[in-house]
Ligand binder design. Structure first.
Ligand code: TMP
Length: 203
């Protein structure tokens, strides 16, 4: 049996990570690998219900409540989708994971970063991704890609999203072995070439 892998895709809203995740899934499937795609918030079942609240609830939401909802969804995703698939030798591609909470609720909302990391490790039972790719793009480009139809998180404002972007770059510096940064302002093809180069070392 091939070794399972857990790969996460991270970056600010509008960075293009979901497009790259789909391209990579297709590329790896063509090589005969068994792929599982999941996302946070979301995944399936209960996770999708939590996603609906997090992105569309239009009343006041406390920053800590928001964090705990993302963390609850994470625990569900890890236990129900990620861990069983990796144990079966599959490659799990996950759209957002632990680094999103550090970047958005820590750097973005201003909650204590060390506490978020601790809560992350409770939500995941200590598991970390084998590889994380951060898609880095300037705010102007990412905002253009997001467009005018914004959800609750996307509507948080330019300063918030700038803190998120630079937060990701800080996080990547702390764990250079796990986290690789790609310049996502390039064309889709050029970004995907970079992704393939990174992935080859893990297959
Ligand atoms: P998506 O649209 O890229 O799937 O992401 C959903 C939104 O949720 C996005 O704006 C980032 C945000 N988010 C957080 O704020 N914290 C988290 O822990 C996660 C997973 C996502």
């Amino acid at each position: 049996m091939k070794k399972g892998l857990f790969i996460t895709f991270e970056g600010a809203d509008g960075c293009g990570k979901t497009t790259q995740l789909k391209l990579l899934a297709q590329y790896l499937e063509n090589q005969g690998r068994d792929i599982v795609i999941t996302r946070e918030p979301g995944g399936k079942g209960l996770g999708e219900k939590v996603r609906e609240i997090l992105l569309n609830y239009d009343g006041p939401v406390s920053d800590r409540c928001e964090s705990f909802l993302f963390l609850a969804d994470r625990a569900q995703n890890i236990d129900i989708i990620v861990n069983p698939a990796v144990a079966e030798g599959k490659i799990v591609l996950c759209d957002r994971h632990i680094d999103s909470t550090v970047a958005y609720q820590g750097y973005g909302r201003g909650l204590d970063i060390e506490r978020i990391k601790m809560l992350n490790s409770i939500a995941t039972n200590g598991r970390k991704p084998d590889l994380t790719i951060v898609f880095d793009v300037d705010l102007e480009t990412s905002q253009k890609r997001v467009g005018d139809n914004k959800d609750r998180m996307e509507s948080a404002g330019c300063e918030f999203h700038n803190r998120v972007r630079f937060g990701y770059l800080d996080i990547a510096k702390e764990e250079p072995e796990r986290i690789k940064v790609v310049n996502a302002a390039q064309s889709i093809e050029a970004v995907f070439d970079d992704v393939k180069k990174i992935i080859e070392k893990y297959l």
